[in-house]
Ligand binder design. Structure first.
Ligand code: MG
Length: 383
């Protein structure tokens, strides 16, 4: 029998969950959040993460992070912090593993292109799409659409949301309107995500040759630990030295996050998760570390995410998404039957529904599937 008794009083307790959209009996041998995590691991969208990328496109190399390995790294970082703060590890694992489920193929380039295509039809936000995946798009249960996850897991998945969309989301959208916080577990996953990608993007950037160690030495956060490694291990260089540096950076960020969050929790003294929701954010880096992380982010933005070779790939990726969307909108008979919406009398309503289904279809594609689908739509040799 599981128990939440080891958790802090302000942690999310599965026995006090706000529940699922469709009533289900509590499982006897798992907590509600363990069950959520298990449902996420078994879903189709989770397996697709293996072939979706963030910075590099899937076929560029076998050793770069994919959305799947990224999500596992986020879960690892979030769990180790959660255990220190006596937060709910099962919940942070569920949120971490699900947080990127709604991402399009080709990372941010794909997201930007799809959002532009959907401009007239309500836009496309990957956070909302992640929620749509777990609430509606997964088809696994006889009694309901989606995975029927607990409120707290869904709350954590919906990291950002425009006010317009928040109003349509009922209880889940309330916090964006009332400017309240989500659980500490959700706050934590947000920052664990940042720790994971900042560090693995350095690793992948150096591995790909788009970044050099010499360039990275401009960033104090990296340079400090790289010099420490040099002093401790003068004979170590190359990949081993980079790994030694990055693991020190991750440890530094995690340690600061734990200490700063402990101080804030001690300051605001939340007694329950509702106190957490009403107080300012308590999971945070110190001012100094937040500034260092910001500088690193800016560096990666300029030197990696906007590298001309990455730009070239992003350009092609955007065209791929844009062209699939455009041809399906112009010729709805090219859309696979599962994604086709019956055209009734109301043309405007049909357009809204049909474009949303095209967006679902495209967002669900892996990088390689999108490339193949593009060829199948435009090259007569391809069937
Ligand atoms: Mg992420």
């Amino acid at each position: 029998m599981f128990t939440d008794s080891h958790l802090a009083p302000y942690a999310a307790q599965s026995s006090l969950s706000r529940g699922r959209r469709f009533q289900e009996d509590a499982p006897s041998s798992r907590s509600a959040f363990q069950r959520d995590r298990d449902r996420i691991i078994h879903c189709t969208a989770f397996r697709r993460l293996e072939y979706k990328t963030q910075v590099f496109v899937n076929h560029e190399g076998d050793l770069f992070r994919t959305r799947l390995t990224h999500s596992i790294e986020v879960a690892q970082i979030a769990r180790s912090i959660a255990r220190n703060l006596r937060l709910n590890e099962d919940l942070v694992e569920a949120i971490s593993l699900a947080h990127d489920l709604g991402h399009t193929p080709f990372g941010h380039a794909g997201q930007d292109a799809l959002n532009a295509c959907m401009k007239e039809f309500g836009g496309f936000e990957h956070n909302l799409q992640s929620l749509r995946v777990v609430d509606i798009l997964e088809e696994r249960y006889a009694g309901f659409e989606g995975l029927n996850l607990s409120f707290e897991t869904r709350e954590g998945i919906l990291k950002h949301c425009s006010l317009q969309h928040a109003r349509e989301l009922g209880e889940l959208g309330e916090r964006f309107i009332l400017k309240k916080q989500p659980s500490l577990e959700a706050q934590l996953c947000n920052l664990a995500d940042e720790i994971a990608y900042n560090n693995h993007d350095i690793d992948d950037g150096l591995r790909s040759g788009l970044l050099t160690e010499q360039q990275m030495m401009e960033v104090d956060l990296f340079a400090r630990f790289r010099r420490e490694v040099m002093q401790l291990h003068p004979d170590v260089s190359g990949r081993r030295a980079i790994s030694e540096t990055i693991r020190r950076m991750i440890n530094y960020l995690i340690t600061d996050l734990i200490q700063t969050s402990e101080q804030k929790i001690a300051e605001y003294k939340p007694q329950t998760i509702e106190d957490v929701r009403a107080a300012p954010a308590m999971i945070a880096f110190s001012t100094q570390v937040a500034q260092e992380a910001k500088i690193l982010k800016q560096f990666l933005y300029e030197h990696l995410y906007r590298h001309y070779l990455v730009n070239r790939m992003s350009h092609k990726a955007k065209n791929t998404v844009r062209e699939i969307f455009a041809v399906m909108l112009a010729e709805p008979n090219l859309i696979p039957p599962d994604y086709r919406v019956h055209r009734g009398h109301d043309q405007q309503r049909w357009m809204m529904q049909q474009t949303r289904r095209i967006a679902d279809y495209i967002a669900g594609m892996t990088d390689r599937f999108a490339m193949r689908e593009h060829r199948r739509l435009f090259l007569i040799e391809e069937i």
